[in-house]
Ligand binder design. Structure first.
Ligand code: ZN
Length: 257
C-alpha cells in the first residue's frame, strides 16, 4: 500500500492541485494530511473541500488558531488567521456550507498511529504546536524526549510537518539530521536502520529555499521525498484578490523561504 503523506498546504490551491496530480500519477492509494490546510494563503475554502475525503486529516496549529485563537502567532500570521476565520463565515455562502467547514475543523484528530508509524503535525511530545527545527538535532535532551514521546507510544517512524523544512532525524548513538538528498545517497534501498522522525516538508509554503511543493510517499517502511513544481504565479495572483492578506506571504512563496 502506497501512502502519500502531506502537510502544510496553507490555502495554496495551485500547489495542492499539483501535488494531488502527482499523487495520482505515482499510484498512491491513500493520503494522510498532517494539518495546516489553512492559514497564510488565499484559498482556505477550496483547500478544505479538497482534503475532505483524505484517509487521515490531522489538526495543525493554524486550524487550532482559527478555532480557539491565535496564541503565540506573529502579527502577519495572526492577520491571516483573522481573514481566514472571516472566509469560513462568508455571508455569500450558505449557512449549511459554512457550518460543514467548521464541523470538519472541529473533528480533526491531533495524532494518528498506523502500525509502527505515528503521524503528528508538530512533534510526538506536543502534536499540534511544537517545532522540531534542524538545529534541534544537536539538542540531545530535546531529541531524547521526542523519541520517547508520547508516553507509552510504540513507533519506529514518526511523520511531522510544521517547520516546512523536509528531512530526516535519526536516533543513532547520537541524534542526526539529514537533508532528503543525503538520505537518498546514504540509504540507497531507502530502508533506515534507525528509528526516525521524518519531516515531510510543506505543500503550500516550503521554507528550505526550493519553492516547489514537498511531500513524501510511504510504502513498506520505505520513504520517498518528492518535489512538485506548480504555478506559483497563479497563487500570487490570488493573493492580489485578497488585499487583507500581507503581501509578504505571497513574496515568500516565490523564494521558498
Ligand atoms: Zn504550517
Amino acid at each position: 500500500m502506497k501512502i502519500a503523506v502531506i502537510s502544510d498546504i496553507h490555502a495554496n490551491l495551485a500547489a495542492l492541485e499539483a501535488v494531488l496530480e502527482d499523487v495520482e500519477a505515482v499510484g498512491a492509494e491513500k493520503i494522510y494530511n498532517l494539518g495546516d490546510v489553512i492559514g497564510y494563503g488565499p484559498d482556505p475554502r477550496a483547500c478544505l473541500d479538497r482534503v475532505n475525503d483524505f484517509a487521515v486529516n490531522l489538526m495543525g496549529n493554524h486550524e487550532e488558531a482559527v478555532l480557539i485563537g491565535a496564541i503565540g502567532f506573529n502579527p502577519k500570521a495572526k492577520q491571516a488567521i483573522d481573514w481566514t476565520r472571516d472566509q469560513l463565515n462568508l455571508e455569500s455562502e450558505s449557512v449549511e456550507k459554512n457550518r460543514a467547514l467548521w464541523n470538519f475543523l472541529g473533528q480533526l484528530k491531533r495524532s494518528y498511529q498506523d502500525g509502527d508509524a505515528l503521524f503528528v503535525h508538530g512533534s510526538p511530545r506536543d502534536p499540534t504546536r511544537e517545532y522540531i527545527f534542524v538545529h534541534d538535532g544537536q539538542d540531545c535532551e530535546k531529541m531524547e524526549s521526542m523519541f520517547s514521546s508520547p508516553d507509552g507510544a510504540h513507533w519506529n517512524i514518526c511523520f511531522t510537518g510544521h517547520t516546512h523544512y523536509p528531512g530526516v532525524f535519526t536516533e543513532e548513538e547520537s541524534y542526526r539530521f539529514y537533508e532528503p538528498n543525503a538520505f537518498d545517497t546514504m540509504f540507497p534501498d531507502g530502508r533506515l536502520p534507525y528509528r526516525t522522525i521524518i519531516n515531510v516538508g510543506s505543500v503550500g509554503q516550503p521554507r528550505d529555499g526550493d519553492h516547489r511543493a514537498s511531500y513524501v510517499l510511504l510504502e513498506d517502511g520505505v520513504v520517498e521525498f518528492r518535489r512538485v513544481a506548480y504555478d506559483v504565479g497563479k497563487t500570487v495572483a490570488r493573493f492580489n484578490d485578497c488585499p487583507e492578506l500581507p503581501d509578504y506571504l505571497a513574496r515568500r512563496l516565490e523564494e521558498g523561504k
